[in-house]
Ligand binder design. Sequence first.
Ligand code: NAP
Length: 681
Amino acid sequence: MTLMRLQNFACGKWVSSRGTPRPIYGATDGAKIAEAGSDGLDFQKMIEFATRTGGPALREMTFHDRARRLKALALYLQERRTQLYQLSTLTGATLSDSKIDIDGGIGTMLVFASKGRREMPDSHVYLDGPVEHLSRAGSFLGQHVATPLRGVAVHINAFNFPVWGMLEKLAPSLLAGVPAIVKPATATSYLTEACMRLMDESGIFPAGAFQLIVGGTGNLLDLLGPQDIVSFTGSAQTSLMLRTNPNIPKNGVRFLAEQDSLNASVLGPDVTPDSPEFDLFIKEAVREMTAKAGQKCTAIRRMIVPDKMLAPLGEAIAAKLARTVIGNPAERATQMGALASAAQKADVLAQVQKFSGEVTRLYGDPEGFEVVGADRDKGAFLPPMLFVCADPDGASKVHEVEAFGPVATLMPYRDLSHAAALMNRGGGSLVGSVITHDPAVAREITLASAAWHGRLYFNDRDSMGESTGHGSPLPHMVHGGPGRAGGGEELGGIRGVLHYMQRTAIQGSPRMLTEIGGVWVKGAETPKPPAHPFTLGYDELQIGHSITTEAREVTLADIEHFAAFTGDMFYAHMDDEAARANPFFPGRVAHGYLLLSFAAGLFVEPNPGPVLANTGLNGLHFQKPVSPGDRIYVRLTVARKTPRTAEYGEVRWAVTVFNQENEEVAEYELLTMVACGRQVR
Ligand code: NAP
């Protein structure tokens, strides 16, 4: 194949290195396949291009604009992903490994696109939490808001996920409105480069939204300022070196780290060889050892099992590993491909050597294993290697040394607290799993161990049909872990977006908060709409548009009718003496649901119009009981608008029900879908 001469994408142009590039070798045959280098790049100019061109263009868009572009970009890549699969084979990845990387990255982008539309506003300010009441009368309030950082995000990625690694960081960064400079690990940067070329060709994001460095980052980190962020994935050693760059603490540059991790999987004490969880444990264990040839930051490195299960499990896992076909990743029969490079293979063997004094080998001889469709000695092949550590309390290296390949160690535990203690000896990990059918085991492990893990994964016969696997970080859930794992956090839905934003506490009057956040805050102005708001289309409705209804009396006959009609004969509505004995009621009171129904009767406009449906109700509070003879009226206010499709949007209304003393008796948020045009028939 022709040698790939990789280029950097800097300041909107594809540029080659001016110096001597670094060679990159194929995983399967060790042949030189590419050259990469970044000599001659002007990193200051790249930062300026991001902050002066990319940032402003991104920030001009709303969260929804950016979410729509993310979706379009993900679909663009999805249509062209077979090109990427071909290159991915060169990294040693089988087709299913490539799907984890490429489809996984695209899928992550799609989830962020969808969450951005559903959970973020179609505006420029994200409201983080509810309004805080800071004053008695409500004229001075607080609200946390988040706005995008004004700098650049530097994304430094590990070699094992050249596409997912880039996209899982880019999606939240771009959704936040922050441009990025991506620096993939050199060993597999040809795949990242190919993916970014597609992203550039698509023209979906504006110039400066993303740039690429293939090679070293020179003085880039020295140039970062207080609005910049580094998101790093890689080894603890590199992380330490980068985060201690004096410029990082000096300028308060945010530094997120996803590092290596000695992830553990525990077999619950309830599991016996004939229970479905026994086979499930074996399946998860073998998958984690062989997928991506074990080069996953989340892979199981330590299998912690009841001592009486050590022998049967060891035998069963070894037998299954023995059936794993290792070979050329381009061939269909291959179940486990090569490691990414000869250097990586050498590193794995050197790491195994470090804990070899504490373990015995149960399976996998690096000198004696078969490879199909490729030359075993030219490619970076290794067999899965399973070890047993008989004395995990006395051992230290097995809990410390990460061999980033198809390597795991089985170890016995006495009781559950011992199992949790062993899990925690990883010093902080990305994920711990427990295969158990006993919820009490899950709870005990959570209490004893959750603080040491970024994610806990429980699996059993009930969830195994749909579970996503010990090793799969999901865009919805937090990825990252304490301590050794870096202390960072990525993904986790909109939490992941907020890492690229500044949270600011805003304090002021309801009028100020309404204008800043674009959501009506109680106490702010309530302009009178030109007509009943249910007759106005989505686009005509303004935040704060409000009506106050006529009042109606709630009679004892109404309460009795409602009770008989619905069957809700709760004593507080039916029995005066019993109601009085209750500390909350002065005597018989109206049903809360009756008040809601009367409220709707007071505020709805009955004729067909733009309001399409009532889709829900949030935050309902009954503040004061309503007694027979009380008169209630309602204030209905447009609180929040979110576009959904070209035809309609969601309108949330603040509804307050008052009594004849103007006291609030009920409050809630009403959710409706409203058509953009005035009339729908
Ligand atoms: P690595 O050697 O630490 O490299 C990580 C990244 O840092 C690469 O892009 C590397 O670029 C870059 N880098 C190295 N020195 C640098 C410097 N002086 N300035 C700027 N960048 C520098 O890790 P790796 O070998 O690629 O990946 C394997 C490790 O990553 C494993 O330990 C694994 O556990 C961890 N990992 C963690 C996660 C997670 O989410 N927590 C995910 C995947 C992998 P070059 O390639 O050009 O040196």
